[in-house]
Design a protein around this ligand. Structure first.
Ligand code: ATP
Ligand code: MG
Length: 394
């Protein structure tokens, strides 16, 4: 079959190799652009290391030049997935339907043999983890206006996933490395909906969940209840990170200051939140707005998930269209508290479960590391299992 030129807007499928099974699976899929492996190999110069732009839990990401001249980020999923093509494609189908200014655009995918590859539009300014929270190699200066725009943009993208997309999408992995920035520093949420694509036994699921412990809502971590409220918790952590320019955990700091949320709560009680705003702004910021953002961060991270506002309200609070009800702000649910509790271990998988994930609690960590540390609470590394129940009802 000939490959048609890449063109947006049209729903074109092209599969070069004929695998009858895959062809049959793909026949019901209408909305996804299917790339051939050959085409993506050519686009990335045979997946050359010089084109490699990142490595995540899912696999390697390459920059590639597509035939029509567009630049793409090509994510090659690691480990061989036994997941059926149909399930993979159904998820991709949902994601590919979604378009929003604050979500990364999925161009399409490649399914050939055991290969599972996702193709996104390429974003020039990397992720917030590297540019804002990274170890100082970025030459981007995030002034207050930019940070405010980024926070509101992420909130809008998440509100869209939670409240407008049908079916609603729980992201499951909101964190700084999944927020990419385009040329104008407009934030784009990436990896939405993809957690469901990864089979539970694959090791990178554990890496992935371990890497995001600092963003995990207590009820998700402890009871495996995954709802939109868990995303809202993660967003709250991210919001505080963006305002402060600090990572959620820094084990190099003295005990008592290691957890950003804990510090935020302390300063809130002392009415000193303004002291937490990133010092690199050198005082050039809107103090009222910055403190409002931090309070919204506290609201989003409330231990009781019902107290966390839905994302469309979060957007309004950030933009100042809605007042914050400070009577609802109590001590946020925190990792340090969570570690005092015994985590449910391998109790079997609920039938609704889309992912049963194990995570590792590693004692090796630093402020910029992807691996969250339990060192402050436990002296030895622990591995526990919990079931992640997918529930869109809350
Ligand atoms: N669309 C894109 N445009 C530009 N760079 C990208 C794009 N997608 C991913 N990257 C780069 O590749 C890196 C790895 O992305 P990936 O999503 O695989 O892992 P991660 O988000 O760092 O970790 P995790 O797998 O735990 O989500 C990103 O941090 C980013 O630097
Ligand atoms: Mg990612």
């Amino acid at each position: 079959m000939t490959c048609f030129p890449f063109s947006f807007g049209k729903k074109v499928r092209y599969v070069e190799k004929h695998d009858p099974d895959i062809d049959e699976e793909l026949s019901g899929i209408q909305n996804v652009r299917i790339f051939t492996y050959k085409e993506l190999r050519a686009a990335s110069d045979n997946f050359s290391p010089s084109n490699k732009i990142g490595q995540g839990g899912f696999g390697s990401v390459y920059k590639g030049l597509l035939k029509d001249g567009s630049v793409a980020a090509i994510k090659v999923l690691s480990a061989e997935s036994s997941q059926g093509v149909k399930e993979f494609m159904t998820e991709i189908n949902v994601i590919s339907e979604i378009q929003h200014e604050n979500l990364v655009k999925l161009y399409g995918c490649c399914v050939e043999g055991n290969q599972r590859i996702l193709v996104y539009n390429y974003l020039e300014n990397n992720s917030l983890a590297q540019t804002l929270l990274g170890s100082g190699h970025s030459n981007i200066f995030f002034n207050w206006k930019t940070r405010s725009k980024i926070c509101i943009g992420i909130a809008r993208g998440l509100a869209y996933l939670h409240e407008e997309a049908r079916p609603h999408i729980v992201h499951r992995d909101i964190k700084a490395s999944n927020i990419l920035l385009d040329r104008d520093l407009t934030p784009k949420i990436s990896d939405f909906g993809l957690a469901k694509l990864i089979p539970s036994y694959m090791t990178h699921v554990s890496t992935r969940v371990a890497g995001t412990i600092g963003y995990l809502a207590p009820e998700y971590a402890i009871r495996g209840q995954l709802t939109r409220k868990a995303d809202i918790y993660s967003f709250g952590v991210l919001l505080v990170e963006i305002v402060t320019g600090r990572c959620h955990t820094n084990t190099r700091l003295p005990i008592g200051e290691q957890f950003l949320l804990e510090t935020t709560w302390e300063l809130y009680q002392q009415r000193e939140l303004v002291g937490l705003v990133d010092v690199s702004l050198d005082g050039h910021f809107d103090a009222e707005e910055a403190c409002r953002f931090l309070k919204v961060g506290l609201l989003c991270t409330q231990d009781t998930s019902k107290l966390r506002p839905q994302m469309s309200f979060v957007v309004k609070m950030l933009t100042g269209e809605m007042d914050i009800d400070e009577s609802k702000i109590t001590k946020p649910g925190m990792i340090s508290d969570f570690m005092d509790l015994k985590i449910r271990e391998g109790k079997g998988v609920d039938t609704d479960t889309k992912a049963s994930s194990s995570y590792n609690a590693s004692s090796a960590s630093d402020s910029q590391s992807n691996t969250m540390s339990y060192a402050a609470s436990t002296s030895t590394a622990t591995t526990s299992t919990f079931t992640a129940k997918y529930d869109q009802t809350l």
